[in-house]
Design a protein around this ligand. Structure first.
Ligand code: COS
Length: 387
């Protein structure tokens, strides 16, 4: 059986996300891109309408939207609104995913509960997924942040790098090794609170795109983590990270679809309006064929995302399919946004129109959450075997 229709509930959430993107994100996207300020007012509004933690189970304060396909629909709309603001919002879910996947009842209650409450100033609480390090990007198992066992818990030391919400998060899920000689098997995952002694914000990056999101280093200097904050068993951290990435990659991929769709819609409208050689440029076959390719690739990318999300919803293996979506959709976003700038011509290269922003935003989709090349590594290993 195969179907392409969505339930009324899914359509309602999709429409709600679209309306939020149109009314609350689009009008301020250029401002946050320009200033690189953190979009607290937008996150506050998103929190008010339940868009930050809707995918948390109801018993921990979320809306209980547990379907990955539904999350895909919402995510595409939000990235259509602004990829930078959406990244800041999505990092909360990403930081919380290790807890959702391997947390004990007590850990979920405490930390997912904490993330659904606001700060004393009314701003939402933030989470961050702290895996990447300066010398461990694609080679995640080479991370060096150390976890030393002490009485009653662990002491963490190290620096995490390129962390969305790094230095401003309330809750971190941090990966550290208790024995680097064991590689992936020596890695543990811990829940660390942002306010704890030794958690120190590091340098904030100045980025090409997604500039509304806060990307920074975070240092862990002799941070004591109580025993009960170990996620999963000792040595299971890498496995937890990989499970998180299997789930998060289709979401990043569908975010890329949202950016591509934004650029395509703008290019289509502009090409019907802009006249050269006596007719709208859309009627020139060179442009018409570009639009045809853009529309086809966007649909193909979305279908890969929905298929991998559907597999996740069925509890079926999805590693290969998640990586297929993550490998393909960001390339489509890069191509489509580049072509959209081309269709706009000279004005597309100016900041008067948002297409140049979408092109800059698209680039990161090929890099974070595992580069396109890492996705191809995962896909090829699934096809021809590991080792
Ligand atoms: N689900 C479950 N287990 C997985 C898995 C997955 N998706 N992927 C790997 N594993 C397991 C392997 O089966 C292996 O287990 P055993 O030791 O029991 O055999 C273990 O994890 C180590 O896997 P592997 O040998 O494949 O590890 P590598 O060091 O070769 O690296 C890649 C694997 C490259 C896939 C991983 O490092 C990766 O995803 N890198 C990119 C990191 C990334 O996406 N960073 C983005 C930043 S996070 S926002």
């Amino acid at each position: 059986m195969i179907g392409f229709d969505f339930s009324e509930e899914q359509q309602r959430l999709q429409e709600m996300a679209h309306e939020f993107a149109e009314k609350e994100m689009r009008p301020v996207a250029a401002h946050y891109d320009e200033t690189e300020e953190f979009p607290w007012p937008v996150l506050r509004k998103a929190n008010d309408v339940g868009l930050l933690t809707y995918a948390f189970p109801e018993e921990y304060g979320g809306a209980g939207v547990l379907s990955q396909v539904t999350t895909c629909l919402v995510t595409e709309e939000l990235f259509w609104g602004c990829a930078g603001i959406s990244t800041a919002m999505g990092a909360i879910m990403l930081g919380a995913l290790p807890i959702l996947i391997s947390g004990t009842e007590a850990q979920k209650k405490k930390y997912l509960g904490m993330l659904t409450e606001t700060r004393p100033d009314g701003n939402p609480r933030l989470a961050a997924f702290a895996l990447t390090e300066p010398d461990a990007g694609s080679d995640a198992a080479a991370l060096k942040t150390s976890a030393k066992k002490v009485k009653g818990g662990w002491v963490l030391n190290g620096t995490k790098h390129f962390i969305t919400n790094g230095g401003i998060a309330d809750v971190y899920t941090v990966y550290a090794t208790h024995d680097p000689s064991q590689g992936a098997d020596g890695i543990d995952c811990f829940i660390v609170e942002g306010g704890w002694d030794g958690v120190k914000p590091g340098k904030k990056e100045k980025k090409m795109g997604i500039r509304a999101s806060h990307t920074a280093q975070v240092h862990f200097e002799d941070v004591f983590v109580p025993e009960e904050n170990l996620l999963g068993a000792e040595g299971e951290g890498f496995f937890v990270a990989m499970q998180v990435l299997d789930k998060s990659r289709p979401m990043v991929a569908v975010g890329a679809v949202g950016i591509a769709r934004a650029a395509f819609e703008a290019a289509l409208a502009y090409s019907l309006e802009r006249k050269q050689f006596g007719r709208p440029i859309a009627k020139q076959q060179a442009i018409g064929f570009m639009l045809a390719d853009m529309a086809t690739k966007i649909d193909a990318a979305r279908l890969l995302c929905h298929r991998s999300a559907w597999l996740l919803d069925q509890d079926l293996p999805s590693m290969k399919e998640s990586s297929m979506a993550k490998s393909y959709a960001p390339d489509v976003a890069m191509e489509v946004t580049t072509d959209a700038v081309q269709i706009f011509g000279g004005v597309g290269y100016t900041r008067e129109y948002p297409v140049e922003k979408w092109m800059r935003d698209a680039k990161i989709m090929q890099i974070f959450e595992g580069t396109t090349q890492i996705q191809k590594l995962v896909i090829s290993r699934s096809l021809i075997g590991f080792g």
